[in-house]
Design a protein around this ligand. Structure first.
Ligand code: PRX
Length: 651
């Protein structure tokens, strides 16, 4: 709250900064005065429509919260990302790829056009994929992952990328929920100079009945894999004979573009649905505004395409605007904590975008590493995915950015499609660990959930968006009720339900927004969003687990770590808790994946429950943090359990 403001890049005259900020204010006012006019203007300016949208149908809210944008418009997202650039940028690098072991590929817009068209033809002609079919992409960070996404977009198939770190069980759940008929994968890839495998995970996921008919395998690391005749096909072979021309499918503004599964506070992960026009519009606009990418710039986002950041800010946003986007297969700390800075020097990266966890690790492992490299090309540094703490922010600002670069702390979610709260570089004065202001066109407000009023300065409230925006989630795949309940059930403003993000936030005296973290049972581990219910369901699969409650615990590097309280059915084997912990984590590994492993497990005789049987998680959170219990425990069925658990955890 009391941090000073920073004005990076002294050379950028004060007047220019003020001008930028005035432009910001103008845009905000414009959106306030003529919301639909504002969006219609940008939709016309930014998108190459096959057929223009109807001026009377910019926003249709008649079936709120099921909204429609840009009715009557026809477009193709792959065309927007590739074809339209060929006139002016055919030889410009679209993707610069660096592999784990330092191997490199540069793909121009012309090459991207050919690759994506060949891929589209393969899916259409060899696999019979049609408009509206769901295709799962379970891939490492290789250019073919981006080709696959764009090929689906080109032929109107709905992709659902599953992060390569998810287990067979998690992959299978998503395949079944999406009712997908094709899986695109790779044999494997490399991490820290060692091969790791993906295809065997797909094999396990498909071992029981699924709707999948065909599997396409990109041969990346050429390790031995099993091929199932009639189901598995080699991309490397089939792609050879495909034509490099494929007419883009003509899509309606509101045809689905992709599903991306994400965790909520209850139940299984939900398939967040994004549609064509609104999504690509905001992906492109925010990439332009927030990263300030110029024609000759090289932009690098370190995310994985398995997450929304990879979708919007590695693939769709940068390509829609015709930028050069860097894709990286490796680990930022391998072979040492200088890897990202070496790459910045080598490719003269201008915008660098990563997660606070990565910044904390790079800081810890190589405080002075950035000084060994020429980082003078950097202009904008971004963070995303979790709250960043002021020390990490300051190191990023001073040591990596040399005090010249603007830091954009971008706040958004899978559901928002693109940034919703972020500074604009060299306009918004920035403050450590603060996402600052809603972007123009986004009516982001911190509301009191009881009254629906804006909270006063310094008071925590719920981060909401009070008007629909083009890239907002269109639905939860196959479950319209869950969509309404998950996002529009908690807060009303002027009697009308508004979109609630699930995050708490607070205003400072400038009206700046600081995100304080989730208000629900979602944990954010290293920027990865995990539902406690999901982890609990996994742990319950262990035959000796009677009850379990999972909470988050603050962690120096990861932001939060996973803490599980487990009641066992029998104490047998409890003598060896180390082995039990290992067993529990093995179950999590096979049900979800390594990203959901518990850092702490406490085997306890019972859980703190109210007389009606509700687990008091707040108490468990306080114990995990080592805090004193301030809650009233008299309503508990067995108040003495609190001390028992405390003692257990202390030991
Ligand atoms: O809690 C917020 C946190 O990440 C959640 C969204 O996670 P996901 O859908 O996986 O998308 C991650 C990439 C956008 C949010 O509900 N979060 C995201 N950005 C920030 C953040 N928390 C604080 N500051 C941020 N800049």
């Amino acid at each position: 709250m009391n941090e000073k403001l920073y004005y990076p890049n002294k050379e950028l005259a004060k007047e220019a900064r003020i001008k930028n900020m005035c432009e910001y204010n103008d845009l905000v006012e414009w959106a306030e005065e003529d919301y639909e006019g504002f969006w219609a203007h940008f939709a016309k300016e930014k998108i190459d429509w096959f057929e223009p949208f109807d001026e009377d149908k910019v926003l249709d809210e008649s079936n709120f919260p099921f909204v429609k944008w840009f009715g009557g418009g026809k477009l193709n997202v792959a065309y927007q990302c590739i074809d339209r650039h060929l006139k002016t940028r055919k030889n410009k690098a679209a993707i610069i790829w660096e592999g784990d072991r330092g191997d490199k590929r540069i793909i121009t817009y012309m090459e991207l056009y050919k690759e994506v068209n060949r891929f589209s033809n393969l899916l259409k002609n060899e696999f019979g994929v049609k408009k509206g079919d769901r295709v799962i992409i379970y891939m490492p960070m290789i250019p073919e992952a981006a080709y696959a996404m764009l090929a689906c977009a080109r032929i109107g198939a709905i992709h659902s990328v599953v992060f390569g770190g998810f287990s067979a069980e998690a992959l299978r759940d998503r395949i079944i929920d999406a009712d997908a008929k094709v899986v695109i994968t790779a044999d494997g890839a490399y991490r820290k100079n060692k091969p790791y495998m993906l295809k065997p995970v797909v094999d396990t996921a498909l071992a029981q009945d699924t709707p999948v008919e065909k599997v396409l395998v990109v041969e990346r690391n050429n390790e031995d894999i099993t091929w199932i005749e009639g189901r598995d096909f080699s991309y490397n072979e089939l792609i050879q004979s495909q034509s490099g021309e494929c007419e883009p499918e003509i899509m309606d503004s509101e045809d689905p573009l992709f599903l991306l599964y994400t965790s909520g506070s209850t139940g299984k992960p939900k398939g967040v649905q994004h549609n064509q026009a609104g999504y690509i519009l905001w992906a492109q606009m925010t990439t332009e505004w927030v990263f300030d990418i110029k024609e000759n710039d090289t932009y690098w986002c370190t995310a994985d395409v398995g997450w929304i950041t990879g979708h919007t800010y590695i693939v769709y946003g940068p390509l829609a605007m015709g930028a050069t986007t860097v894709m990286f297969e490796g680990v930022p700390t391998y072979p040492d904590a200088g890897r990202p800075w070496k790459m910045v020097e080598e490719y003269r990266i201008n915008q660098f975008y990563t997660a606070p966890t990565a910044i904390r690790v790079l800081h810890k492992m190589g405080e002075d590493e950035p000084k060994k490299y020429d980082l003078s090309s950097l202009k904008v540094l971004g963070t995303v995915g979790e709250p960043i703490d002021p020390p990490a922010w300051k190191w990023y600002y001073e040591v990596v950015g040399g005090g010249r670069c603007s830091i954009v702390d971008t706040y958004w979610q899978t559901e928002t499609g693109g940034h919703i709260v972020s500074p604009l570089p060299f306009a918004t004065p920035i403050k450590p660990a603060c996402a600052t202001l809603p972007l123009p066109g986004i009516f982001g407000e911190i509301l009191d959930p009881e009254t629906g009023e804006r909270v006063p300065v310094g008071e925590k409230g719920y981060m909401c968006v009070t008007k629909p925006w083009p890239s907002m989630i269109r639905g939860v795949w196959g479950d319209p009720e869950r969509f309404v309940k998950s996002y529009f059930g908690d807060v009303k403003k002027d009697g009308k339900p508004v979109y609630f993000t699930g995050d708490g936030a607070v205003y400072d005296e400038l009206g700046y927004i600081t995100i304080t973290g989730r208000t629900d049972d979602v944990i954010n581990v290293s920027g990865h969003r995990m539902g406690t219910a999901e982890i609990e369901a996994a742990i319950k699969k262990h035959p000796n687990v009677a009850e379990v409650a999972v909470v988050g615990r603050p962690h120096d590097i990861k932001g939060e770590s996973i803490f599980a309280y487990i009641v066992l059915k029998s104490d047998e084997g409890l003598g060896d808790e180390v082995a039990q912990v290992k067993e529990i984590n093995n179950v999590i590994k096979s049900e979800i994946g390594n990203i959901a492993l518990c850092d702490d497990i406490a085997f306890v005789p019972g859980l703190p429950k109210t007389r009606s049987g509700k687990i008091m998680r707040r108490i468990l959170r306080a114990i995990a943090k080592g805090e004193a219990i301030t809650q009233d425990t008299s309503t508990l069925e067995d108040p003495s359990i609190v001390e028992t658990i405390q003692n257990k955890v202390k030991n």
